[in-house]
Design a protein around this ligand. Sequence first.
Ligand code: UTP
Length: 406
Amino acid sequence: MDYSQAKKLLSEHGQTQLLDYYAELSEGERADLICQIASLDFGLLDGIGNTGTRKIGKLSPVQTLGVAEVEKNRAAYYAAGIDALNKGLVAAVLLAGGQGTRLGSDKPKGMFDIGVTRELSIFAQQFENIKQVTANLKTPFDVFVMTSDINDADTRLFFKEKHYFGYPEEKIHFFTQDMSPTCSFDGKIYLEEKGKIFLSPNGNGGWYSSLMGSPAGKAVREGDIKWLNVYSVDNVLQRICDPVFIGATLINGTDCSSKVVKKANAAERVGVLCIEDGKPAIVEYYEMPEDLASATGADGELIFGYGVTLNYLFKVDKLDAILENRLPVHLSKKVIPHIINGEKVHPDEPNGYKLEILVLDMIKLMDSCLAVEVVREREFAPVKNRTGVDSVDTARELLRKNGIII
Ligand code: UTP
């Protein structure tokens, strides 16, 4: 693409402001900017201006294996899960491309030291959890680590310095997620510098296309892996490639599954796995009609009572089938420093959107999904904030309760 082609493309999309400072740039900067313009996905901006919450379809509860049911079948599920892991049919995908803004650290969230009397990064604790599973396997499973352009170098260096947390290095594969532009509330893409578009990680929903488009994806494209266990970096009690979870999914024959926890109360801010218009779907807490959020069954329990924990198991051939589909774009309001009238401005209030696609929307594209309940205090300790709800404090407390020295 050359300057005139870039200008034409930008005029078609009402974004010519990106070339406002072109004349001031060096040759190299010009080439970089044209390259960034060529790779912009303008379709991501289609939903700007449409900020209302989506219309919710007819909801009913999803097939859920409660803790008691899981316990009853534990031996069979465990054996099926171990068998699949030993055959190399399952691998893990760590979503670590987020920016952890609420935690307020400028390093990757997984590097955060959750220890008190000793150093214990979130990454290290998650690998401890993984090694409890692999201790019972013939060979360790592959772990694909998704980073973003922003935290890739720091993440790789940390893994190296920490000797891959005692996990075989050749079983850990990094890949970076795609980036998306940020824009003003009226959809104008921002410049971070005169010759640089303000890009940010495109959300955790792009993991499969980013993985398959990367060299790391070769192991999935050409190998034996048939299932991917996708999990977030911020749950320090996360059980990864849990044989019981895998076995339950295989035996129940669904396309995907999700670890869920009983909601703490009807108003808890957590997405709920449901059936929506006959298909599995995750309904966000702010989308759920109030009467349904608090509705109880004959047993007195919440009917829509299970929250997702960002630990999903997906069948690879189903993911291939949905690769073509565009996931909905979520607009998240952010403070975005940018160039205007030739100067860098640092707004105090949110001034635009970050555009994200989310893994939870992939569930809707599956034909069936099993919810598998896990004991909240044992498996769910999210680290979102410094203090308060879902924080460093609550996660430390839960680690202690589980007998982990921190
Ligand atoms: P969150 O939605 O909690 O976002 O991520 P975050 O970026 O970590 O934190 P905040 O919102 O800025 O405070 C849930 C999971 O999805 C991953 C995160 O790393 C975390 O494991 N994620 C999020 C990505 O991998 N990429 C993204 O673009 C966003």
